[in-house]
Design a protein around this ligand. Structure first.
Ligand code: BTN
Length: 294
């Protein structure tokens, strides 16, 4: 079913009177879209911002809207997601207080360069968090943003292509913002963190969102100008695992080696024990030993 943006808006406004746990969320705690737009300096990203109390997944709605022809830069944001999705078909737990959003891009490029959108988005997230909250952020391949070696943000990119044409790319970003770590299940608690945990206070998600949209647009401009080296350079500067001994668990195999680089495809370049080089396109990375010097 193709949804009309207006009907989605009406439906979710009705269904969103209660929070995910049945508790009402006070107005003061909600994201106020007009506060995000106030002083928003981007020209493309953030127009429009479609706000929902509750959605299955912002990526699903953004993809649906992209199929209907919504313009590049449109943003879908929800207070909570009931079917949030992560990489490798995992569930993404999305409690109220987080920042869950998806951005529609229509880059004039071939599918080969689509992974750059994920790379530039993870740089934008990492830099927004470090600038706004003076927290040291790092990136763990493929696109986890970490604070104190714990995951604070993840990115899920989905696209539609027709032959060599990219119809659209939806970049879904989840930032663990204003919730207690106990809101996450036990298996995620020890490897994750939230801005609230790190700062000892709640943050204004409107400001975080505004700055994130602005910085994402700045990096998107580098992409449009073909300045891939700039994006990759900043990404490498944030990559905590480069030079380290790592293990990558993919669908079919586990590979151990030294992480030496990532390339423009977003592939991880490993040097294996026998000295050969391997490119890995997807999987989970575990750092076995940190690099001594970076
Ligand atoms: C990951 O690290 O596995 C990626 C997580 C991506 C989560 C975000 S939250 C907003 C958007 N909607 C989704 O269903 N997923 C992404």
């Amino acid at each position: 079913m193709i949804m009309n943006p207006k009907s989605i808006h009406r439906t979710t406004c009705q269904m969103s009177l209660l929070g995910s746990d049945g508790q009402t969320m006070s107005n003061a705690q909600r994201i106020e879209p007009s506060k995000v737009r106030e002083g928003l300096r981007s020209k493309i990203v953030g127009y429009p911002i479609l706000y929902f109390r509750k959605l299955p997944s912002t990526n699903d709605v953004a993809k649906e809207l992209a199929l209907q022809g919504i313009n590049e830069g449109a943003v879908v944001v929800a207070e909570t997601q009931t079917k949030g999705r992560g990489r490798l078909e995992r569930k993404w737990i999305s409690p109220e207080g987080g920042l869950w959003l998806s951005i529609v891009f229509r880059p004039k490029t071939t599918p080969k360069y689509a992974p750059m959108l994920t790379l530039l988005s993870s740089v934008a997230v990492a830099k927004t968090i470090s600038k706004e909250f003076r927290l040291r952020t790092e990136i763990k391949w493929p696109n986890d943003v970490l604070v104190n070696m714990k995951k604070i943000s993840g990115i899920l990119t989905e696209s539609r292509t027709t032959g060599e044409i990219v119809d659209f790319i939806v970049v879904g970003i989840g930032v663990n913002a204003n919730f207690d770590i106990d809101a996450l299940p036990a298996h995620l608690k020890y490897s994750s963190t939230t801005l609230k945990e790190e700062l000892g206070r709640e943050i204004e998600r409107e400001i975080l969102l505004r700055r994130l949209l602005e910085l994402t647009e700045s990096y998107y401009k580098f992409f449009q100008e073909g300045q891939f080296g700039h994006i990759l350079g900043d990404w490498r500067g944030l990559a905590c695992f480069l030079g380290s001994r790592v293990e990558v668990e993919g669908d079919r195999e586990k590979i151990e080696g030294q992480a030496v680089d990532i390339d423009a495809d977003g592939a991880l370049v490993l040097t294996l024990r026998d000295g050969t080089t391997r490119r890995v396109l997807s999987g989970d990375l575990r750092i076995l030993g940190r690099a001594e010097l970076r």
